[in-house]
Design a protein around this ligand. Structure first.
Ligand SMILES: Nc1nc2c(ncn2[C@@H]2O[C@H](COP(=O)(O)OP(=O)(O)OP(=O)(O)O)[C@@H](O)[C@H]2O)c(=O)[nH]1
Ligand SMILES: [Mg+2]
Length: 344
């Protein structure tokens, strides 16, 4: 999954990017989006790897895209800057929590920019569809255009009211029709309040939580600097500063799960691996992550949850104690499932 790091200029996006990915931000690259691909640390995978002693252990990864910040005054270029994130699966909105200013107001302004950028795309498409519908064309094509037009008119009226397209609660088949526009206001959004070097023990502002109940906070610059220390020094510093709960692994996991992703595991002597999939994905969709052939020839999935496996200690015991299940194509994969796919 690709996550766009978004927000106003100077909110600390590149600092967050540096901290989370370990990749040094390059301002020249950020103009077009700079990528970093950190592993998602997972103690369960560590345990499985110790248990199976495979030749290779492969954690799940998430891609972060550092982007140029939006400008408050020169707003004309903002839609283009946001356009860099069109193909991202979600947005991590970094708000400035280290300087003067109201983060809740900053978030509202940011959402306005998303709405403007989407409005431009949707309005252009509506114009084109209206012209196209005036020409004589086969009924089937006309009907498809009319369906899209009606849908986009609903989207436009939501946007004109300042609401994102997500507020319409579109059905799957409706989302499919407008998927190609990659609307920013349809993407999952997670807010990260970038705290200053000292303001870490305060709770998140109530006004911000009302707008973004799942918001996270972290002192990104400080955390990145602490990451350069030895583990021992780091611990000592954290204790002195009364810091806790902002560690990189923890924040990465919260972002990953906050974007409605989960992992399932495959295990064996060759490789133990965590596979990221969207929450709610079926067994056959999970199989397609591994290989399209596995999805095409899918017969069934053999599934045991990580917790059950850890309790019983082996596949044999898992079978004997009835915690080992056979599941079909439509089974909804659960976070932490260990899955073996049988295919023809
Ligand atoms: N005091 C303080 N300064 C910070 C913190 N995080 C970032 N900064 C500073 O704020 C400035 C901007 O940070 P960046 O990470 O470059 O911000 P950005 O969002 O990438 O900015 P653009 O790329 O222009 O959009 C830098 O000088 C950082 O050192 C923080 O937690 N505390
Ligand atoms: Mg930057």
């Amino acid at each position: 999954m690709k996550i766009g790091i978004a927000g106003f200029s100077g909110s600390g996006k590149s600092t967050v990017f540096h901290w989370l990915t370990g990749v040094a931000p390059d301002p020249a690259k950020a103009q077009h989006g700079q990528l970093g691909k950190p592993d998602i640390p997972d103690e369960r995978l560590d345990w499985l790897s110790q248990h199976f002693k495979p030749k290779k252990t492969t954690p799940a990864k998430v891609e972060f895209l550092d982007t140029p910040g939006l400008l408050l005054t020169e707003r004309r270029d903002n839609a283009r800057r946001l356009g860099i994130m069109r193909d991202a699966g979600g947005l991590l909105v970094v708000l400035n929590g280290f300087a003067e200013g109201d983060p809740a107001a900053e978030l509202l302004r940011f959402r306005e920019e998303l709405v403007f950028a989407d409005l431009e795309i949707v309005s252009n498409r509506i114009d084109r569809l209206q012209t196209q519908l005036k020409k004589p064309r086969p009924a089937k094509e006309r009907d498809a255009d009319q369906l899209e037009l009606d849908l986009l008119k609903r989207v436009v009226s939501a946007l004109e009211e300042g609401r994102g397209a997500a507020s319409l609660g579109l059905k799957d088949e409706e989302e499919k029709i407008i998927r190609s526009f990659q609307l920013l206001t349809l993407k999952p959004e997670l807010v990260l309040l970038n705290r200053g070097d000292d303001g870490t023990s305060q709770p998140l502002p109530v006004g911000l939580l009302e707008l973004a109940p799942t918001a996270l906070q972290a002192p990104a610059r400080l955390e990145r600097e602490l990451d350069e220390l030895s583990e021992e020094d780091r611990q000592a510093f954290m204790k002195d500063l009364n810091l806790s709960g902002f560690s990189r692994p923890e924040v990465l996991r919260k972002i990953f799960y906050g974007m409605s992703s989960i992992v399932f595991f495959t295990v064996g002597e060759d490789e133990c691996r965590a596979w990221p999939i969207p929450k709610g994905a079926s067994a056959v969709e999970g199989a397609s992550q591994i290989h399209t052939d596995l999805a095409r020839g899918f017969v069934r999935g053999e599934v045991v949850s990580y917790d059950d496996f850890k309790k019983v200690g082996s596949m044999k015991e898992a079978k004997a104690r009835g915690v080992y299940r056979l599941e079909g194509k439509t089974y909804i994969v659960q976070d932490g499932d260990i899955m073996h796919i049988l295919h023809s």
